[in-house]
Design a protein around this ligand. Structure first.
Ligand code: MG
Length: 356
């Protein structure tokens, strides 16, 4: 940074962060794990009387934690930046200071977008020039469970026009039959890499199509490249990559192997890179889903700003928790409804936001 002699730079960006534990409304089970809380790190970037909010959501299986996020965030010296609109410069610094830490990096990216949007007094979907009415319906996730619980959850989800059913355990057929005994809405399925035999997987996908399923997410382990390419080639439904794709550079690797990708801010370091991934994926003729972890209305509202560009959205992470510290994007009759609230479109829920 060039500072002329005798002229003091403007005061720089001020970062603060706070660990927080999300309480899940239901124990959440997917192929391989089960849990009832999710650790998140809440971030704030202050500048010129404005405050932007961000979040890192860190489901344990992804390898980040309160400890790793605190270590990473403590190493950042954002006070060296005195212009929050130099986002490329700031976020390149944030990305290059350490490898990995994608959720912690997203917590900075989201807070910076919230901050700059607030200074401009515009929401990001508007800054990007998107049409908010093009935002899709969001799916609502039904985790692997006993039939009685599944029936109950599907009834609770009656306002949603598409359900995401988790498969990949021994009771896949029972899960779908149970959901179908309660509702006729569209279903998509997420196998979380749970199937290992490609021929059985293909038979299952044909059966799922008859049951009104519209796409299949990560049916097989991400390293089974040949099996997945074969499956996508023969599948009557789109096959979407989730665990197989993380960042921008991965898009090229999976082109031709999958029909589409599930983009999540916590995987790809935030809104800036997610926007680039969408552009690249659509140029490569891949379908785009914008997804999330279990996270607060902060990160979900940030992802929702990108949703008008997506074919599908799976932005229900905030709906699965009972202590959301933010108010943000609204789901009205199952559809993501963006507002003119500036930045990422959130406010504090004062009863849940931790005292600072
Ligand atoms: Mg998934």
């Amino acid at each position: 940074m060039l500072v002329m002699k005798g002229i003091l730079p403007e005061k720089g960006l001020k970062l603060s962060f706070e660990p927080f534990e999300l309480q899940l409304k239901h124990v959440f089970t997917l192929a391989g794990s089960s849990r009832s809380t999710t650790p998140v790190m809440l971030t704030r970037i202050e500048f010129g009387g404005f405050c932007g909010y961000g979040e890192a959501s860190m489901p344990p299986y992804l390898g980040e934690s309160h400890k790793t996020a605190a270590k990473y965030l403590s190493a950042l010296k954002l006070e060296q930046f005195s212009d929050p609109f130099r986002m490329d410069e700031i976020l390149d610094y944030v990305d290059n200071i350490a490898p990995g830490n994608t959720a912690a990096k997203a917590a900075i990216d989201i807070a910076l977008h919230d901050l700059t949007g607030k200074i401009l007094n515009k929401p990001w979907h508007k800054i990007w020039g998107f049409s908010p009415e093009k935002a899709p319906d969001t799916s609502y996730t039904i985790g692997i469970d006993m039939p009685e619980t599944v029936r109950q959850k599907v009834k609770e989800a009656s306002g949603y026009k598409i359900l995401k059913v988790k498969l990949g355990s021994r009771n896949d057929i029972e899960m779908i039959e149970t959901v179908r005994s309660v509702t006729n809405v569209q279903i998509c399925v997420d196998v979380n890499q749970g199937w290992t035999d490609r021929k059985k997987a293909l038979d299952m996908i044909f059966w799922l199509k008859e049951k009104g399923v519209v796409f299949v997410e990560q049916p097989m382990p991400r390293e089974n490249f040949d099996d997945i390419a074969w499956l996508t080639q023969h599948s009557p439904l789109p096959v979407i990559a989730d665990e197989a794709i993380q960042r921008l550079a991965d898009v090229q690797k999976i082109t031709g192997m999958y029909s589409g990708i599930n983009i999540k801010l916590m995987k790809c370091t935030g809104m800036r890179e997610a926007h680039k991934i969408i552009t690249l994926a659509q140029a490569a003729n891949l379908k785009v889903m914008i997804g999330c972890m279990t996270e607060t209305s902060c990160a979900v509202s940030a992802a929702a700003q990108l949703s008008p560009k997506a074919n599908w959205a799976d932005l229900d992470g905030n709906l699965l928790i009972s202590n959301d510290p933010f108010l943000g994007v609204k789901i009205i009759e199952g559809k993501i409804t963006l507002t003119n609230e500036p930045g990422i479109g959130i406010q504090l829920a004062v009863n849940n936001y931790p005292a600072t």
